[in-house]
Design a protein around this ligand. Structure first.
Ligand code: UD1
Length: 338
């Protein structure tokens, strides 16, 4: 297999961290990103961390002509598909944009992969595919509930498309991320801010930095010990490392048709209030926050059973939630220093 790996969305949050891990493992990422959420500065950050130039194509994954040219020139041996719209709330407002973008970018990629006989793909899925599960922790065999949002529905549909196409000779690993947080310990890459953050940790760091007046905790009347929602927060570098382990695993498999899924979480449920307390402890910064109403579409509690990924991929999360919060804060400070 060529050691070039197409990384769609590689100028984005998780994709940029995966590109670093790929380079450090001897692969050559070829980044394709339309910069709608990603940023060139993150590509520069990858280069700074690894001291290697990075191949970067600016463009949209749905652009079949561009994909064709890229595959012809770079001849990637595998694809990591991160590029997608990912805001739960926005997807409720603009469902068509989510269906168009997330489904068509995958289908365009698969068509061009078939044409160039590239059969290995690692897909960015999400714990959102489970909806609100009946019991936790969730394993990969936990049945899907109705998705809580169009974003969640696109992830369910993408997995279905991949499973169907895999029967005709595609090798797929679908990685279901729980809640990736934090930033690279070097503070050269992290989540690039665009508008008001929808996710908890970027909102916490911006509130702590004084960019936002206060954090609003969405709901404190859930059936959880402190009334706030429970999630499985995992350091983004641990998520990125899992992709390299997944690539090794894929290369070891003999079967020409493969569809396997893995949960990527640390297996620990943490509430929103606990996250606030942990952030204050590790940074020494006190956070302004208040209770607010529930956010529509939020799942009450979910965390992973990550044992399948740990065994099959020989992977283990290395960072604590505290370290992830510290790295998120260091990244925020770096952004403010310009
Ligand atoms: C959801 C999906 C996740 C997906 C991600 C993409 C579920 C269970 N999870 O993450 O798979 O990858 O969207 O964006 O569907 N919160 C506040 N105040 C804020 C922001 C968040 O209290 O200002 C709370 C939320 O109510 C939630 C927790 O913090 O309880 C985490 O929220 P967030 O970071 O947005 O992630 P999810 O919605 O869990």
């Amino acid at each position: 297999m060529s050691n070039k790996i197409l990384v769609t969305g590689g100028a984005g949050y998780i994709g940029s961290h995966a590109a670093v891990e790929l380079i450090q493992d001897g692969y050559e990422p070829v980044i394709l990103d339309n910069l709608s959420a990603g940023n060139r500065k993150l590509v520069e950050g990858i280069e700074r961390i690894t001291a290697k130039p990075v191949l970067f194509y600016e463009g949209d994954c749905r652009d079949r002509n561009l994909l064709y040219r890229l595959f012809e020139k770079e001849k990637p041996g595998a694809v990591m598909h991160f590029a997608a719209l990912k805001s739960v709330g926005e997807s409720v407002q603009k469902p068509l944009a989510y269906y168009h973008n997330n489904l068509d970018s995958l289908m365009a990629l698969l068509e061009v992969m078939q044409r160039f006989e590239v059969s290995n793909i690692i897909f960015s899925s999400s714990c959102t595919v489970y909806g609100q599960p009946d019991s936790i922790p969730v394993t990969e065999d936990t049945p899907f509930k109705k998705a809580e949002s169009p974003y969640g529905a696109t992830k369910q549909m993408c997995e279905r498309i991949l499973e169907d196409v895999s029967a005709n000779g595609l090798r797929v690993l679908s990685l279901r991320y729980f809640n990736p947080i934090g930033a690279h310990p070097s503070a050269h890459i992290g989540e690039w801010p665009s508008g008001v953050p929808g996710n908890l940790v970027p909102f916490i760091t911006q509130a702590a930095a004084g960019i936002r007046k206060e954090l609003v905790v969405f709901g404190n009347d859930y059936q959880t010990p402190d009334g706030t929602c429970i999630r499985d927060y995992i350091h983004v570098v641990d998520v990125a490392r899992a992709h390299v382990h997944a690539l090794h695993y894929l290369q070891q498999q003999k079967s020409s048709a493969l569809f396997e899924v893995f949960n990527l979480g640390i297996g620990r449920g943490v509430s929103v209030l606990e996250m606030i307390r942990l952030f204050e402890q590790v940074t020494g910064v006190s956070l302004r926050w208040r209770k607010g109403p529930r956010r529509p579409g939020d799942v009450e509690k979910i965390y992973a059973d990550p044992s399948r990924a740990m065994h099959a991929l020989a992977w283990k999360p290395q960072f604590s939630i505290q370290q992830a919060l510290l790295h998120a804060w260091q990244w925020q400070q770096k952004l403010q220093d310009g």
